[in-house]
Ligand binder design. Sequence first.
Ligand SMILES: [Zn+2]
Length: 114
Amino acid sequence: MREPDWYCDEVVPKLIDVDVVRETEQVLAFRPPVRGFGTDHVIVVPKRHVRSLLELEPGLSADLLQVVQEVTRGFVDAHGGCQVLTTLGDEQHNRHLHLHVAAGEGVARFVSRR
Ligand SMILES: [Zn+2]
């Protein structure tokens, strides 16, 4: 049975209203309609189906990372910092590679602030 895939089914064909932050031939970056976490949150996905980071090919990874870099540059300018996060294996609920860029209250804290 095919796994549900919100990105291929609705986001990339733009069947739902998402706030597009950056779009290239191969990559889409957008703010989701319901913010996932943080006070600002952008999701970056390849437009063609790639299951996870483990299946990502070098040609596409360069494009994907370039968009992540552009998005994060904006986040650092606007918020002072951000996190980039992706999930794999049992931790990955939507089986289409997606990278979260998030900033502000509600993001995971890997180290405590003083
Ligand atoms: Zn997909």
